[in-house]
Design a protein around this ligand. Structure first.
Ligand SMILES: [Zn+2]
Length: 324
C-alpha cells in the first residue's frame, strides 16, 4: 500500500463535513452484541452483523501470523493459503485457486489468488453469476531480508476477519451467494511500489474480470487492509467512491462507531485501485493507515484487538445486509 500525493478534492471535503456532523451526534462507542434474539437455530439471523465475532477473527489472525513471514512465492504463504481454503470450505464455500506468474523485479514469481463463492443450494457447486459484491483482503506479507516481518496487521488482520466474515455469511446463504470473497496474493511490492511492482493479485484478478465480462455483474468492491489496530481509525482514501462511502458510513453510524472512520487527505494505492481502474467496479479501501508499526518488525499480534476486527466486520455486514 502506498500513498498518492494528490491534494484533497471536493469529495473529501464533502465527506469530512458529513463525518464532522455525524461525530457531533454520536459519542464514541463500539458495536456491542445485543442479547440473543428468539431466532430458532438454522433460521437466518435478522441482525446478521451481530453474529460477527472479533475474537474468532483474531484467532484466524493468530493462525496466519504463526506461519511466519509470508511473502509471495514462499512455502509459508502456500501453507497460509491451504489454511484459508480449508477454512472457507469448512463453512460451505467453494474455493478457486487463481494461479498466475507475476513478472517482478526479482524475476517471475508464481502467485495464487483464492476466490470463495457460495452455492445457492446446499451440496451444489457455486455458480459464478450470482455475485454482486467483492469483499477482499491481501494475504501475503511484505518481503524483508533483514527483519522477520509477520504482518499481524498488514496481511493477517484483514485475512482473519475475512474468514470470520465467511462463517457469518454462510448463516444467510442468499446473502452469501451475492458475495465474492477474494484473498489477493502479491499486494506488496517485491522491491518498491511502482506501476509494475505491487498489487499483482488484484491487477490480475481485475483484468480477468474485465476480459471475461464478469466485471459488469458487480455493484461494488470492499477491500480490507490493516483493520486490527487497537487504536482503530479507518482512513478512507480521499478519492473513495461517493455513494459507497456514504452507505458504509451510514452503517457505521447505525452501529454507533462512526468515529472509527475518517477521510484521509490523499488517495492510496492499494488493491481497490485495480478494481476501480481496470474492472471499473466502484471499490472502497477500508484501511487504517495510522499505524506506527507499519512495515516494521513490530507489526505483531499484541498491537491488535478483537474489538477493532469486530467493528469492521459488523459495519461491513450491516452494509451488505441493508444494501443487497
Ligand atoms: Zn504492506
Amino acid at each position: 500500500m502506498l500513498l498518492f500525493r494528490n491534494p484533497p478534492g471536493v469529495l473529501a471535503r464533502v465527506l469530512v463535513a458529513i463525518l464532522a456532523f455525524a461525530a457531533c451526534k454520536r459519542e464514541k462507542k463500539s458495536p456491542s452484541k445485543p442479547a440473543p434474539t428468539t431466532a430458532v437455530p438454522q433460521s437466518i439471523p435478522l441482525d446478521i452483523w451481530t453474529e460477527f465475532s472479533g475474537q474468532r477473527a483474531l484467532d484466524h489472525v493468530r493462525t496466519q501470523v504463526e506461519f511466519g513471514p509470508r511473502p509471495a512465492g514462499s512455502p509459508e504463504l502456500a501453507r497460509a493459503r491451504e489454511k484459508i481454503a480449508a477454512t472457507l470450505q469448512a463453512c460451505g464455500w467453494n474455493t478457486d485457486a487463481q494461479e498466475f506468474t507475476a513478472q517482478t523485479p526479482n524475476g517471475p514469481v508464481q502467485m495464487v489468488n483464492i476466490i470463495g463463492r457460495f452455492p445457492l443450494e446446499r451440496g451444489n457447486k457455486a455458480g459464478a453469476s450470482t455475485q454482486k459484491v467483492i469483499v477482499a483482503s491481501h494475504y501475503d506479507t511484505k518481503l524483508f531480508r533483514t527483519i522477520a516481518f509477520v504482518g499481524a496487521n498488514d496481511g493477517a488482520s484483514s485475512t482473519g476477519a475475512l474468514l470470520e466474515l465467511a462463517r457469518v455469511l454462510a448463516l444467510d446463504p442468499g446473502l452469501a451467494a451475492k458475495i465474492e470473497l477474494v484473498f489477493f496474493d502479491g499486494e506488496e511490492a517485491l522491491q518498491q511500489f511502482t506501476e509494475t511492482d505491487g498489487l499483482y493479485g488484484s491487477r490480475y484478478y481485475a483484468t480477468q474480470l474485465r476480459e471475461t465480462g464478469r466485471a459488469a455483474q458487480f455493484k461494488c468492491g470492499i477491500v480490507w487492509d490493516m483493520i486490527g489496530d487497537k487504536d482503530l481509525t479507518i482512513t478512507l482514501p480521499q478519492d473513495s467512491p461517493r455513494e459507497l462511502t456514504i452507505a458504509m458510513l451510514a452503517s457505521a453510524d447505525k452501529l454507533q462507531c462512526k468515529n472509527a472512520f475518517r477521510i484521509f487527505e490523499r488517495p492510496m494505492l492499494d488493491d481497490h485501485v485495480p478494481l476501480n481502474q481496470i474492472a471499473r467496479i466502484p471499490s472502497l479501501d477500508v484501511i487504517d493507515f495510522e499505524y506506527p508499526p507499519w512495515h516494521t518488525a513490530d507489526d505483531t499480534l499484541d498491537k491488535l484487538s478483537a474489538t477493532s476486527l469486530q467493528t469492521i466486520g459488523s459495519v461491513t455486514l450491516h452494509y451488505l445486509k441493508q444494501n443487497f
